[in-house]
Design a protein around this ligand. Structure first.
Ligand SMILES: Cc1cc2nc3c(=O)[nH]c(=O)nc-3n(C[C@H](O)[C@H](O)[C@H](O)COP(=O)(O)OP(=O)(O)OC[C@H]3O[C@@H](n4cnc5c(N)ncnc54)[C@H](O)[C@@H]3O)c2cc1C
Length: 441
């Protein structure tokens, strides 16, 4: 134990979903000191709705957040608890005619739908007292060797120290920039190519629509109020689903210029847009989609960027988590879920009784061992999923092959779960520790 009484100190840079979930997961080990440094003056989420899959819900349940999330987000509200939850994919760029079903995607687990602010609040509510440091923007860090403290420098001129630094600072991560600059010194200049995110070619319009404004159609509630729906067209699609106890519909309209992928995006990544711009984008789509688009108010426009899959999420005692490690396109609603999985596994490793200040790197390497292949794979499936939804993949609009391909793209949702991943990581870490001891004899 250190003089302060803690086993070691973990600094978390970034208080988004990833960083705060990691703090929640780590707080189960009171012998570890936690500090969360967040650049903004408060913990907040920009944007509208968020969905997480059964595998993420498993983590939230293991962390004891299930009840709080049920209460604040109203999980009782219908489709999100459906064990065969999925998306109704429709062809909707029909010149104003009624659209038709492409595929009814059924997933082997329920999806859980939330208002983002509610979701984040569940993590804020369980933050260990005294751990939050707001208005602290990390500027740089310095990791000298395997044992001395890592120095943290903030833009306000202050500094701090820790034994492990976790960069949960999002897609434009400062921690990633310093980490890959350091790695370039030992592993070559190619490492520098992993620092910058690139433009995916897609812009997104996001808004929350009051559910009661959507008229019933053919004696039924509007589809967007009942179920998660994908209105698809060439190079465009709309994702929508009910949130906040069914009072709001989360609207996400996407438009892609495939040739623009990888081109420089010089405008702000997030900006205010207008209802007119969104209407023009989805003009002459099927009537139920158009009705939804007409209700969009004050949409935010996002230029979607992503990372090239990183070869590593760690460098000695510094680790990346969430978008800092694997920012991906949102076509499989997976970015936050993967951040939550990272958080659970890294916390489980650091909290293991065998981990002390002297073998922290073993824990980080075990994290890297299981998380890099899993999360990086979803960067690829997500990008491909977007091409399929927008009918520009090799399947085009041949629904006979497109429908099964869309289904198969979701296999990972039912893949190795977090408990199995953690167990595998712990086993790997312990075998490695034993091997190191034997080698030193
Ligand atoms: C349109 C859209 C829809 C999406 N839908 C889903 C979905 O349905 N399901 C899903 O799982 N994912 C979804 N995602 C992805 C998901 O939103 C992200 O993957 C997730 O929010 C990333 O969380 P994070 O904590 O890693 O990063 P962020 O949310 O970016 O948080 C990073 C935090 O770090 C802080 N920070 C940044 N720099 C510094 C610094 N230097 N010092 C200190 N603090 C700093 C920031 O202020 C911020 O609070 C979607 C994304 C988009 C764009």
């Amino acid at each position: 134990m250190q003089a302060s009484g803690s086993k070691f100190r973990v600094a978390i840079c970034g208080g988004g979903i990833g960083g705060l979930c990691f703090a929640a997961a780590l707080s189960r080990y009171p012998e570890i000191k936690i500090d969360v440094y967040e650049a903004a003056q408060s913990f907040k989420e920009v944007g509208a709705g968020i969905m997480v899959w059964g595998r993420t819900w498993q983590v939230l349940t293991l962390l004891g957040l299930e009840r709080a999330l049920r209460d604040i987000a109203g999980l009782e509200s219908g489709s999100s608890e459906d064990p065969d939850f999925g998306f109704d994919f429709r062809r909707s760029d029909t010149g104003g005619e009624e659209g038709h079903r492409i595929h009814l995607l059924r997933l082997p687990c329920p999806g859980h739908l939330f208002h983002r602010a509610h979701f984040l609040q569940a993590f804020v509510d369980v933050l260990p007292e005294g751990s939050a440091h707001l208005g602290k923007r990390l500027e740089s860090y310095h990791q000298a060797n395997f044992l001395s403290p890592i120095e943290l420098n903030f833009t306000d001129g202050s500094s701090a120290a820790c034994d492990v630094l976790v960069g949960a600072d999002g897609i434009r991560s400062v921690v990633r920039r310093w980490m890959f600059n350091d790695l370039a010194k030992t592993h070559g200049r190619d490492m520098l190519n992993f620092i910058q995110p690139f433009f995916s070619g897609t812009v997104i319009y996001r808004s929350l629509v009051p559910a009661e404004s959507l008229r019933d159609r053919d004696g039924q509630m509007h589809r967007a109020r009942r179920e998660a729906t994908m209105y698809c067209g060439l190079n465009k699609h709309i994702v929508c689903y009910p949130v906040a106890r069914g009072t709001l519909v989360n609207f996400v309209g996407m438009a892609t210029i495939p040739e623009a992928e990888g081109s420089p995006y010089t405008k702000p990544w997030v900006s205010e847009s207008s209802r007119e711009e969104v209407l023009a984008c989805f003009q002459n789509w099927e009537p139920e989609a158009e009705e939804l688009v007409k209700l969009v108010q004050k949409p935010l426009k996002w230029a979607v960027h992503q990372l090239h899959p990183l070869p590593t999420y760690i460098d000695r005692r510094v680790a990346l988590l969430g978008d800092a490690a694997h920012a991906m396109t949102p076509h499989q609603g997976a970015g936050a879920g993967q951040a939550i999985e990272d958080a659970f596994i890294l916390a489980g490793l650091l909290g293991d009784p065998s981990v002390t200040k002297n073998n922290l790197t073993d824990a980080l390497e075990a994290y890297n061992h299981v998380r890099v292949p899993f999360a990086n794979k979803i960067i690829g499936t997500s990008r491909h999923a977007g091409a399929m939804y927008e009918l520009r993949s090799a399947h085009g609009d041949d629904y006979s092959t497109l429908a099964p391909a869309i289904q198969n793209q979701w296999d990972w949702v039912d893949g190795e779960d977090v408990l199995a991943q953690l167990e595998r990581a712990l086993k790997w870490m312990k075998e490695r520790g034993v091997a190191a001891v034997k080698a030193s004899l």
